[in-house]
Design a protein. Structure first.
Length: 285
């Protein structure tokens, strides 16, 4: 049987989800499946097994599993002693990696797992409290949604991945980079710096000197989104800023931020924010 592709409905500006201390039962588990997002699973209690990329692993308290995007996997909880675990799902683009010259990147441990075909890390008793503390703090931020919670979650995620990368079994590979080729980094940086002038798929793929189809496929692997949706999400950040900082009309702001058709703009704005530009401006002001 072919693996199924698990769907996610995430905020395109913040592609992240946490399921904290979920209890796993056999009847609720998906069959063999995969998804574009990267997944990190920490086992708090219980026993079971997990299948990842042609290998079967025992699951016990203190185990941490790194599942790169588009990796087939499936869980088999124990009916007598159900698994209690925390799962994080995120798109690599959330980390916006920039090299600081010390040969570290947040996703290297995932690439090391993929390269070695070893997706399980058994944490020492001394290491577990720190990992569990980070996960608990992430859950608190996720539930409270207080201002700044997204920044806090990203910082906690970076801290968590740094701790994981320093585990003795999590060694960085020599190549390739966990975040993909240089051209995908440049494209993401260009979109971040100038979402209006960066262009669409055609221009970005031309600048990268790769085919549009290849660019689109690799881009979705690293962001969890297609190019158009990702660029529109970044443009909406500018729209929301201008709605609150200027008295310009909605039409003027939309055009200045790269949206040409107003009907399409209103559809995108409502889809990504759940409200209209006018209601957003009135509510936030």
């Amino acid at each position: 049987m072919e693996p199924i592709r698990k769907p996610f409905v995430l905020d395109p500006i913040f592609p992240f989800e946490i399921v904290y201390k979920g209890v796993r039962y056999t009847e609720n588990e998906l069959p063999d499946h995969l998804h574009d997002l990267y997944e990190l699973v920490y086992v708090h209690e219980g026993k079971g097994m997990i299948f990842i990329d042609h290998a079967l692993y025992d699951k016990e308290p203190g185990d941490l599993f790194l599942i790169p995007g588009n990796t087939v996997h499936r869980s088999f909880p124990s009916d007598a002693d159900p698994i209690v675990s925390t799962a994080l799902f995120f798109a690599p683009s959330l980390l916006q990696p920039e090299s600081l010259g010390d040969d570290y990147e947040p996703l290297l441990s995932f690439e090391a797992a993929r390269g070695s075909k070893q997706y399980r890390l058994a944490l020492s008793p001394s290491k577990r409290p720190k990992i569990e503390g980070i996960l608990r703090s992430m859950s608190d931020e996720w539930r409270s949604r207080t201002p700044g919670y997204r920044h806090a979650l990203r910082l906690y995620l970076q801290n968590l991945l740094l701790e994981v990368s320093r585990h003795p079994s999590s060694q960085a590979p020599s190549e390739p980079s966990a975040f993909g080729p240089p051209w995908i980094r440049k494209a993401l940086r260009d979109i971040h710096l100038d979402p209006v002038g960066c262009g669409g798929l055609s221009k970005l793929s031309d600048d990268a000197c790769v085919s549009a189809a290849h660019f689109s496929r690799v881009f979705k692997q690293h962001t969890g989104m297609n190019v158009t949706d990702y660029v529109n999400a970044k443009r909406l950040i500018l729209v929301k800023e201008l709605l609150l900082s200027t008295d310009d009309t909605v039409e003027t702001i939309a055009q200045a931020c790269g949206f040409q058709g107003m009907r399409h703009f209103y559809q995108i704005f409502r889809k990504l924010t759940g409200t209209t530009p006018y209601a957003y401006r009135k509510q936030m002001k």
